[in-house]
Write a protein that binds this ligand. Structure first.
Ligand code: PXP
Length: 237
């Protein structure tokens, strides 16, 4: 049964819209845990558009489940991660003009750099996952750079309309998932998942972790965060 990591970035997005102190992602993380979250995920972006350094520090102190830090391969963020020591780091590509993380990390094109970052994080005691498109060459490269886990990017699946196109994207994910497990890597997935499209992904064999943000926070505005997490958790399991 896959574990549910709840991404609370969007709580910080609302706060940063007014540069004030509410709503607080630290409070949100506590409520998500009450709703059954197995992990809390945050992305400390180089432009600090939502999560701030203070959030990472306080979440490191207060989160009692797995703390997963999404991050780019930037020296500044690697340094912060090694000092703060989240339980897990998920390396993602980052472009300032994007609304959210768009594609998977290109490991093939920067293998030496990714290998160095993986090593630095692991030396600090952090488990390292790489956020990848379901692409065989990228998954091979994840093994070569010594990553512990791969988070398969489910964005294309989530964008596909229900029907044959979505079925095809699911087959692509299933093949990539098999490859990840055959290489001895831990299997995660996430991005664009919702209450209506999550279940086929949650059923992928060997899946250990799903990371979901936008859909849960969107529902939380209507029903409250504890309830929103509880509903997602029951779908995932
Ligand atoms: N996984 C990764 C690596 C991400 O970058 C994101 C978005 O921050 C998510 C999962 C969650 O995506 P969503 O907000 O669409 O659920």
């Amino acid at each position: 049964m896959a574990k549910l990591g709840v991404n609370v970035d969007h709580v910080a997005t609302v706060r940063q819209a007014r540069r004030t102190n509410e709503p607080d992602p630290v409070w949100a993380a506590a409520l998500a845990q009450l709703g059954g979250a197995d992990g809390i995920t945050i992305h400390l972006r180089e432009d600090r558009r939502h999560i701030q350094d203070r959030d990472l520090r306080l979440l490191r102190e207060t989160v009692t489940v797995k703390l997963n830090l999404e991050m780019a391969c930037s020296d500044e963020i690697v340094r912060i991660a090694c000092q703060t020591r989240p339980d897990q780091a998920t390396l993602v590509p980052e472009r300032r003009e994007e609304i959210t993380t768009e594609g998977g990390l290109d490991v093939v094109g920067q293998q030496d750099r990714v290998a160095e970052v993986v090593r630095r994080l692991q030396d600090a005691g952090i488990v390292v996952s790489l956020f990848l498109d379901p692409d065989a060459r990228q998954i091979e490269a994840a093994k070569a750079v010594g990553a512990d886990a791969v988070e398969l990017h489910t964005g294309q699946y989530a964008l596909a309309p229900p029907g044959p196109k979505r079925e095809e994207e699911l087959r692509v994910l299933a093949a990539a998932a098999r490859q990840v497990r055959q290489l001895g890597l831990v299997l995660h997935a996430g991005h664009g998942l919702t209450y209506t499209n999550v279940q086929p992904v949650a059923r992928l064999e060997g899946l250990e972790e799903l990371n979901i943000g936008h859909s849960i926070i969107a529902r939380a505005i209507m029903v409250g965060l504890v309830e929103a997490v509880r509903e997602m958790k029951s779908l995932v399991s």
